[in-house]
Design a protein around this ligand. Structure first.
Ligand SMILES: Cc1cc2nc3c(=O)[nH]c(=O)nc-3n(C[C@H](O)[C@H](O)[C@H](O)COP(=O)(O)OP(=O)(O)OC[C@H]3O[C@@H](n4cnc5c(N)ncnc54)[C@H](O)[C@@H]3O)c2cc1C
Length: 388
């Protein structure tokens, strides 16, 4: 067969089908019910782990599927399209799994990757700080040496899933790399380490995965808590952040598909004049636009994942940013149009669209905001000067 990167091969189509079949047993009802009860989606997570979906990108020698970001993003998209996309997929296998697989020591890989792969270990990721915000170069979480140990101090905000996590990969900097351009130092911090505390942030998201503030006070870590080099080039961090953006895009594409499917089903049968409301171009055209925008975003997501899996980190960075942007925009517009298409039902609990509003809105903010993506493209792709 000729190589046709624009067409998903049979294996990937089969994977989509298997994931879709698994998550259909859960769906949005399960997801929202868990979220509203303040519970986690352990059944879905554990089963997805056993079926090999969570660790599909982790190397085979560490218990994973040996595939790539393409396959992992496809798992994320299908979960989200069923209304039960799990944020920890973005964090645990995509960011942490990738960084540890690429930069970890053999011991770190043995310790963490098999659990991340089968879902028995969830690992959170913490870069965002209250003062630095989008300006990661300003993070102040700092590690100093004490003998062979590290002593870590700092504060983080909006960190997802810490209560579910065995450990958090914390992005800090070392004392001697304290100012100037970020040379990140990445530490694995088990959540039960003395001095490591976290408190939940009350969000209006209807999500079973919660966000937390972290307080890291004189946390003592063994020397092997450090992943990779202690003042590595930023490349070490971006080995995980490009997958994060690809997964952010996958989540948004899936959420867009979820909303569009609901809207299309509804307008096909709802009649208030002599024809289903879906015949009115005031509804059918925006829905057609949503479909086009989602498909375009998905194509860029597939390109980004393909470049990443080929080892082209620079090419993947541009594509991952553009995919994340396009998917966020497509998702927000599709969910908004779905609300409109359902009229009053669009805002009820029963139809499940209203809960997707804040979720889709998240895709414009995290993991990197729409404006920071536009800054990246303006400066890196177009060569325009910076304003900041
Ligand atoms: C539900 C949720 C889950 C999250 N999970 C995690 C997680 O697990 N781990 C983690 O580390 N972080 C996580 N985050 C944090 C997320 O990555 C940040 O919220 C995001 O990067 C934006 O940072 P900020 O909130 O500090 O906004 P700010 O940086 O304060 O930005 C506010 C606004 O200003 C704009 N802005 C800032 N600078 C510029 C500029 N130079 N040019 C133009 N506009 C600009 C931004 O685009 C944004 O619109 C999560 C956030 C949410 C909401």
């Amino acid at each position: 067969m000729t190589d046709n990167s624009f067409v998903e091969n049979e294996e990937r189509r089969a994977l989509r089908k298997s994931v879709a079949a698994q998550v259909a047993n859960y769906g949005q009802e399960y997801y929202l019910q868990k979220a509203r009860a303040g519970q986690h989606t352990d059944e879905l997570w554990n089963e997805a782990g056993k079926l090999g979906f969570i660790g599909i990108n982790i190397p085979e020698e560490y218990g994973g599927g040996g595939a790539g970001m393409y396959e992992l993003s496809l798992v994320m998209e299908e979960m989200s399209a069923a209304g039960c996309g799990l944020l920890m997929m973005v964090v645990s296998p995509a960011i942490n799994g990738t960084i540890i697989a690429r930069y970890g020591t053999d011991e770190q890989k043995q310790r963490w990757l098999p659990g991340i792969a089968d879902g028995s270990i969830t690992m959170a990721f913490a870069i965002t700080e209250p003062d630095a915000g989008s300006n990661s170069h300003n993070i102040t979480t700092t590690a100093r040496r004490d003998g062979s140990d590290w002593i870590l101090n700092g504060r983080k905000i909006y960190i997802s899933g810490v209560d579910q996590a065995k450990a958090v990969l914390v992005v800090g900097r070392t004392e001697h790399a304290k100012t100037g351009k970020l040379r990140p130092a990445l530490f694995i911090v088990p959540t039960d380490t003395p001095g490591f505390e976290y408190t939940p942030i009350e969000m209006e998201l209807v999500s079973p995965e919660r966000q937390f503030s972290l307080f890291i006070d004189d946390v003592r870590l063994p020397s092997d808590a450090l992943v990779g080099s202690e003042d590595a080039a930023i490349a070490q961090l971006f080995a995980g952040l490009n997958p994060e953006r690809i997964m952010g895009a996958a989540s948004a594409v899936g959420t867009g598909r979820f909303a569009l499917n609901k809207a299309v089903d509804y307008v096909k049968t709802r009649k208030v004049w002599f024809t289903p409301i879906g015949a009115h171009q005031g509804l059918s055209h925006p829905l057609a636009q949503n479909y086009i925008e989602i498909e375009l975003a998905k194509l860029m997501m597939q390109k980004a994942a393909t470049l990443y899996d080929c080892g082209d980190d620079a090419g993947a960075a541009e594509a991952a940013n553009m995919a994340k942007y396009a998917a966020g925009e497509a998702s927000v517009r599709a969910v908004d149009q779905a609300v409109q298409s359902l009229g009053g039902n669009g805002l009820t609990k029963e139809y499940g669209i209203a809960a997707a509003v804040t979720l889709s809105r998240l895709s414009r903010i995290a993991p990197v905001s729409r404006e920071m993506v536009l800054n990246f493209v303006a400066q890196t792709s177009l060569g325009l000067p910076r304003s900041y």
